[in-house]
Design a protein around this ligand. Structure first.
Ligand SMILES: O=C1O[C@H](COP(=O)(O)O)[C@@H](O)[C@H](O)[C@H]1O
Length: 266
């Protein structure tokens, strides 16, 4: 368990949030490029890709620090639904529509790691997870030599039930210690079959950012930040496991009534 607290930021609108998310992501990018010349990031589906696109596709101030170097990005999925890549429920399709296909050529093209559709078609969700884990191992070095992959940044959402990635409240997967990627075959939120990064992978990342907006999130955020009962929610487990490596980007309606101290600026 981390001994430090997560950072909770709140902004007046999604536009204002995106304006601050951009320098945060680019600071993570620049630090990663200085360390190993690659930026390895995992992204979620849901409401995240639209906000991320707003942040990253905004005009640059022209400096190197404020420029996404997409050709050095390796983009993985924090979770993915076991559906074809052109299915409306695919997190890959969502990211492609919101961000990937809108990236101007001069910013370069990221390397994207979608799931292997073959195992969607044969219905084997465990195999889908195993094959995705192998892709991670190839990128992060052999699993024997690396106990856990260390993403430079993981971008998460938080569902109204407190789920994050495809880690749902009360599920056995929350106790997974060894696998990097796990299969969920009975998700309470459709579609039922999914794969997800596991908690140890999420909390090992160098930086973890949640994006949660709208009044529909205020009850769960109060539970996560202010209550004892909320401590076992998947999103809370990320907070407790990773402490101040975690930053929450919210808007005012999402944190209305939350007592946990907010930070004014990054
Ligand atoms: O099902 C999912 O939901 C979560 C939360 O989505 P949001 O729309 O409430 O932000 C998302 O982070 C995850 O990637 C997705 O598969």
């Amino acid at each position: 368990m981390a001994t430090t607290q997560p950072n909770l930021y709140s902004f007046s609108s999604t536009d204002a949030l995106a304006k601050e998310l951009r320098p945060y992501v680019l600071r993570c990018q620049n630090a990663a490029l200085a360390r190993h010349d690659t930026f390895r990031v995992a992204v979620s589906g849901g409401s995240l890709p639209a906000v991320l696109a707003k942040a990253l596709l905004a005009d640059s101030n022209g400096s190197a620090e404020d420029t996404p170097q997409f050709s050095k990005w390796q983009i993985f999925f924090a979770d993915e639904r076991a559906v074809p890549l052109d299915d409306k429920d695919s997190n890959y399709l969502l990211l492609k529509e919101e961000l990937l296909k809108k990236i101007p050529a001069e910013l370069g093209e990221p390397t994207v790691y979608p799931i292997d559709e073959k195992h969607v078609h044969d219905g084997n969700t465990q195999e889908l997870a195993d094959v995705y884990q192998e892709a991670l191992m190839r990128s992060f070095a052999a699993k024997d030599s690396v106990k856990l992959p260390i993403f430079d940044l993981i971008l998460l959402g938080c569902g109204p039930d407190g789920h994050t990635c495809s880690l749902f409240p009360g599920h056995d997967l929350l106790r997974e210690k060894d696998a990097w990627v796990a299969a969920e075959t009975n998700s309470p939120k459709p579609p039922p079959k999914r794969i997800t990064l596991t908690l140890p992978v999420v909390t090992s990342a160098s930086h973890i950012a949640f994006v949660a907006t709208g009044a529909g999130k205020k009850d769960i955020l109060k539970s996560i930040f202010d209550s004892e009962e909320g401590r076992s929610l998947p999103s809370s487990l990320v907070n407790h496991g990773a402490g101040n490596k975690v930053s929450w980007f919210t808007d005012h309606p999402a944190v209305e009534g939350v007592a946990f101290p907010r930070r004014g600026s990054l």
